[in-house]
Design a protein around this ligand. Structure first.
Ligand SMILES: [Zn+2]
Ligand SMILES: [Zn+2]
Length: 469
């Protein structure tokens, strides 16, 4: 059977896979624990159900315990006359009514977010064979510094075939973008819940100019060019005007997911935990047991909104209670938990409001940070780590002027802030507070920032379409 299956061309791939397993068994190596984990946590299939849903169960348990403490240990003893606090029956009744209402809204929004999928690309895109060689990602080699002007030869030198879709004025050396998928071998990288805040902080810190920056005045064109400085006998420092910006790699042609065997729509990334491609992937959230993506991002926002109200209601109520009643360990425990979760949810809501208003997903916000790091590295290579701080600052200023101040992660920043908000949160105000409505669009097509080319090229200001400021 084994021999025949080797020659069975029509189903060669799966059978070969089976053969290799049989071969392993024949050699006497049983699939061990490592093999089990490799298969159970393979990016091509969802992680074990218990793993994905564990934190959801934990949240239900925590919510149940909090409910018991507030209702059973704080409010009901007041009605029974056994409470050690000075709460009146009317106060306790009011507190309880408010608590139950908030709890119900929270439960509604939580059930909505755990039952609404993020949008799977496989449900909307047909599977296709692997693209041909022209569409494979380019090798991740650093771009060579090239003389300006001949952009076609620059492209060829960098292993980039000139694409007919590119604007003719577009410099070849600026023509690559590497998505986060390709870095991670096909699946979107792990995203921490606090990634957007960390990325924003990183961007702010790395944008700080060196101290001597402000000593320069006027526009860049009025600056006196820096002389070429010889360092030692071999290395020469180039003039700051000639230093080209290192640009992200550009993935040309369809982005094909080898796990789902589909051409990924824009903004779609593969989640290794869910084992599938997610439309407008944001991050995988263990607290909801699935991904946050195009279809459920708005419910993630409304859930966070109610969670903040819930946790701070708890916190204030129980702190007041503790000042009046006997010490209760369980009440103190819930106070600590409320503070922790309240701050966490508040941070999440702020981060995601910022992301929505700037047209980014969490995973996309990484490209801005990557760009900052690659620019710093590039300048350190060109000018040295410690020296030429003024030249570095001038280069950065020139780059910023060249690109009109657009950041590399602003590809999907299109329209007004309100447009971007409506696109994700829906147009109806009640859908911004309650888990109702749906986002606009289809999760596969998004209006693009006109400051980027059709393939996602980060355009210099001189290449922007007419009328774009
Ligand atoms: Zn996929
Ligand atoms: Zn996921």
């Amino acid at each position: 059977m084994t021999d025949r299956s080797v020659h069975d061309g029509a189903s060669a791939a799966p059978l070969n896979h089976r053969n290799s397993r049989e071969g392993t068994r024949k050699r006497g190596r049983k699939p061990g624990i490592v093999q089990y984990f490799k298969e159970a946590y393979s990016p091509s299939r969802p992680d074990p159900w218990l793993n994905r849903k564990f934190a959801v169960g934990l949240l239900f348990a925590i919510a149940g315990w909090c409910f018991y403490v507030v209702v059973g240990r704080v409010c009901i003893p007041v009605f029974r006359g056994t409470s050690t606090s000075r709460f009146s029956v009317a106060t306790a009744a009011g507190v309880l009514a408010g608590y139950v209402v908030i709890f119900l809204f929270l439960a509604w929004s939580y059930i909505r977010i755990i039952t609404t999928g993020p949008g799977r690309a496989i449900d909307r895109v047909e599977q296709t064979a692997a693209p041909n060689e022209n569409h494979t990602p380019f090798p991740q080699q650093p771009l060579q510094p090239l003389p300006a002007g001949d952009h076609q030869s620059n492209m060829l030198l960098n292993g980039i075939a000139p694409q007919p879709g590119l604007p003719s004025t577009y410099d070849g050396e600026t023509a690559q973008r590497r998505t986060s998928d390709e870095e991670e071998g096909g699946a979107a990288r792990e995203v921490s819940e606090f990634a957007p805040a960390i990325n924003a902080l990183h961007t702010v810190l790395s944008r700080q100019d060196p101290p001597d920056h402000h000593s320069s005045s006027g526009t860049l064109t009025s600056q006196t060019p820096q002389p070429v400085v010889a360092v030692g006998a071999k290395r020469k420092i180039p003039e700051w005007q000639t230093v080209e910006r290192p640009l992200p790699y550009l993935h040309r042609g369809p982005r094909w997911c080898r796990f789902c065997q589909i051409n990924k729509p824009d903004r779609t990334h593969h989640c290794r935990h869910c084992g599938t491609c997610i439309l407008q992937f944001d991050h995988h959230c263990p607290w909801i047991g699935q991904c946050v993506g195009w279809a459920n991002h708005k419910f993630f926002m409304t859930f966070n909104f109610w969670a903040i109200i819930y946790w701070f209601y708890h916190l204030i109520l129980l702190v007041v209670y503790l000042t009046q009643a006997e010490v209760d360990g369980q009440v103190i425990g819930v106070v600590a938990l409320s503070g922790l979760f309240g701050i966490f949810c508040f941070m999440m809501l702020l981060q995601h409001a910022y992301l929505i208003l700037t047209g980014k997903s969490t995973v996309e916000s990484f490209s801005g940070r990557d760009q900052q790091e690659s620019e710093t590295r590039h300048l350190n290579v060109v000018f040295g780590f410690w020296s030429h701080r003024k030249a570095k600052s001038l280069v950065r200023k020139k780059w910023k002027e060249d690109f009109g101040g657009t950041a590399v992660d602003e590809r999907w920043q299109a329209g007004s802030r309100m447009d971007m908000w409506n696109r994700e949160m829906g147009e109806k105000w009640y859908g911004w507070i309650f888990p109702l409505g749906r986002p606009l669009g289809d999760g596969m097509h998004f209006p693009s920032n006109p400051r980027f080319g059709p393939n996602g090229e980060w355009l210099k200001k001189k290449d922007w379409p007419k009328g774009v400021e």
